[in-house]
Design a protein around this ligand. Structure first.
Ligand code: FMN
Length: 433
């Protein structure tokens, strides 16, 4: 079973930042991220993950959805840890491929082979207003650009052969120019000559992680991803996603075992069910449905949801059509599917989303949490999990102390790191140059 720790704010519950057991450190204090990452390493996690949004999209009066820039943060984490994998989001829509290829290659050298890249096309409409004045690029165009972007960065990471650097002091030859090649990419969106100005990194290139789950997103994952994050409110949809994506991989001629599917999982753990429920109630009592309504509106690209009554059962038609959503399409599909099946009131839906923004939330004892994880992995629903503790570091501490030993006892999780790279933790091959 593979475990990634998703570090965000003071935990994934909307009200985590106000909970008495969440960290007291400012979110801009690197010691906070270092402390949580070191805990993940002590707990033998495969990796940690930092998300990113290229604009201020939250209401700052109520939501501390701000964090240090992920790539620079990974550099700091690289120096404070030695084993755990380090994954960050970077956008294919609002960055230049040469810059990003160089930054990720550099990070893979700095961390000695522990970097993963969460490839996103950036759903947030705010980003469009911050880069080049082009406005928001449509969902379809973002993925089309992303395909070309991948060709460029892959070319750049392969522009140095593994053995290009000779560093032969006696002969006075630093590198073999025959093993360093320009890429001369001349495409619709990018013109990049290359080669990269850095030798190939320990992992060859960063591990490719992907987190878009729309139909286009799944096809993109089938072409490129080596690990996939995905959000599901129900086991049924997680299973359908798993089966479909593994099928797409086989159809692409790729080995399905070389792509890990890691759904988000936010366990609220108590020594008894009552204790877990109490913790969950504490968080819900700190939540404000109007904060949730605003967040939900942003998922639909800023749609006006102010007319919806909090206590009337919702119908799918009350929400905008996800197929026309240029923002976060797959997440809104998950939400509308849930409304179709369960007919919650808006208040109930917002309480559900407050837990982990549309990822799977579960309350229970350590044994119940371990049972669920085992069931999903054995039942072909997941290859592991993107763990999203509701409150950090509290629920991570409980997970490491109480759940990991059960998983280890059942032979489901490592008892020591066997290698030093993220590829090794994920069981992935190193790509040939
Ligand atoms: C666990 C997880 C983390 C994500 N992190 C980011 C992120 O940091 N930045 C971002 O722009 N999108 C993020 N996304 C969103 C997706 O990558 C994707 O851009 C979005 O869902 C829209 O594409 P889609 O409609 O194909 O899913 C994340 C999704 C998941 C499931």
């Amino acid at each position: 079973m593979h475990l990634n720790l998703f570090i965000q704010s003071r935990g994934h519950h909307e009200a985590a930042w106000r909970h008495p057991k969440s960290s007291r450190l400012p979110l801009t204090d690197i010691d906070y991220t270092v402390e949580v990452t070191q805990k993940a390493e002590a707990g033998l996690f495969d990796s940690i993950f930092l998300a990113d949004v290229l604009g201020l999209w939250n209401d700052v009066s109520t939501t501390p959805f701000n964090w240090l820039e992920p790539l620079t943060t990974l550099a700091a984490l690289s120096m404070a840890t030695s084993k755990v994998g380090l994954i960050a989001t970077a956008s294919t829509t609002y960055t230049e491929p040469y810059n990003l290829a160089r930054q990720l290659c550099s990070l893979d050298h700095i961390s000695r082979g522990r970097i993963g890249w969460n490839i996103v096309t950036t759903w947030s409409p705010q980003a469009g207003g911050n880069f080049g004045g082009i406005g928001q690029v449509t969902h379809a165009d973002r993925y089309e650009r992303a395909e070309e972007y991948m060709a460029v960065v892959k070319g750049l990471w392969d522009s140095w052969a593994d053995d290009a650097v000779l560093d032969d002091r006696a002969a006075g030859r630093y590198a073999d120019p025959g093993r360093v090649k320009a890429i001369n990419h001349d495409g619709q969106h990018y013109k990049v000559k290359g080669p990269l100005n850095l030798p190939r990194s320990p992992q060859g290139r960063p591990v490719f992680v992907q987190a878009g789950s729309s139909d286009t997103g799944k096809r993109f994952a089938a072409h490129h991803a080596e690990a996939v994050f995905t959000a599901h409110l129900e086991k049924k949809t997680a299973k359908a996603f798993y089966v479909e994506l593994k099928g797409l991989l086989a159809a692409e001629g790729r080995d399905p075992s070389q792509v890990l599917i890691l759904p988000g999982f936010s366990p609220i753990i108590g020594s008894t069910e009552t204790e877990a429920k109490r913790f969950s109630d504490e968080l819900n009592d700190l939540s404000d449905p109007e904060v949730g309504r605003n967040r939900l509106s942003l998922r639909f690209g800023g749609a006006d949801l102010s007319h919806l009554s909090l206590d009337k059962p919702l119908a799918p038609e009350d929400l905008p059509n996800p197929a026309l959503n240029e923002a976060s399409r797959s997440r809104t599909e998950v939400i509308v599917d849930f409304v179709r099946e369960q007919r919650p009131t808006l208040r109930q839906l917002l309480a559900k989303l407050a837990g982990a923004r549309g990822h799977f939330v579960f309350e229970g004892t350590p044994d119940q949490v371990a049972d669920l994880m085992e069931e999903w992995v054995a039942g072909g629903v997941a290859d592991g999990f993107n763990l999203m503790p509701p409150v950090l570091p509290e629920m991570l501490d409980v997970f490491i102390a109480e759940v990991i030993p059960i998983l280890q006892k059942r032979g489901l999780f490592r008892t020591h790191y066997e290698g030093n790279t993220l590829r090794s933790h994920f069981g992935l091959q190193r790509p040939a140059a």
